[in-house]
Ligand binder design. Structure first.
Ligand code: FEO
Length: 170
């Protein structure tokens, strides 16, 4: 059973994951418009990942017999100066999401809600991977600087990313 406070906080997280999906869709669209198909693919895979993060919480709220309540999704930025700018904004956003997940864990622990504490562990681990992925790509982009050849190579590399739905998604 979820408290009202925990239910509200989880519903807020559904909205944040949906916003994340929307933000990465905007980045995918921007990449596509610049002819960067690999970057467009990477961000579209990220869009699918974020939707699956939202749906996992959606199913959990239902499993616990609580109510899902959907809120408006904010308009994402479409002002990106470069691919490096997009990834720096991605990392900053993921750091915000990590904090948001940590706050949820703090709340679940304060409420002695063991089920939700365990449920959230998946997200704690996922955030480590999300931030590490962003750091790795930012390092590559800094390494290539203004080199068009380097950009072509990174774009080709990012074209191979595929979406794999999380096994535990209900
Ligand atoms: Fe669902 Fe990228 O955090």
């Amino acid at each position: 059973m979820l408290s009202k406070k925990m239910t509200d906080a989880l519903n807020e997280q559904v909205n944040r994951e949906m916003y994340s999906a929307y933000l990465y869709m905007a980045m995918s669209a921007h990449s596509e418009s610049k002819g960067l198909k690999g970057f467009a693919n990477w961000f579209m895979v990220q869009y699918h990942e974020e939707m699956s993060h939202a749906m996992k919480i959606y199913h959990y709220i239902h499993e616990q017999g609580a109510e899902v309540s959907l809120k408006a999704i904010a308009e994402p930025s479409s002002d990106f100066k470069s691919v490096l700018d997009m990834f720096e904004k991605t990392l900053a956003h993921e750091q915000f999401i990590t904090k948001s997940i940590n706050d949820l864990v703090d709340l679940a622990m304060a409420e002695k809600d063991h089920a939700t504490t365990i449920f959230l562990q998946w997200y704690v681990t996922e955030q480590i991977e999300e931030e590490a992925n962003d750091h790795e790509i930012i390092d590559k982009l800094k390494m290539i600087g203004d080199s068009p050849h380097g950009l072509f190579m990174v774009d080709s590399h990012l074209a191979s990313r595929k979406f794999t739905p999380p096994a535990s998604e209900g």
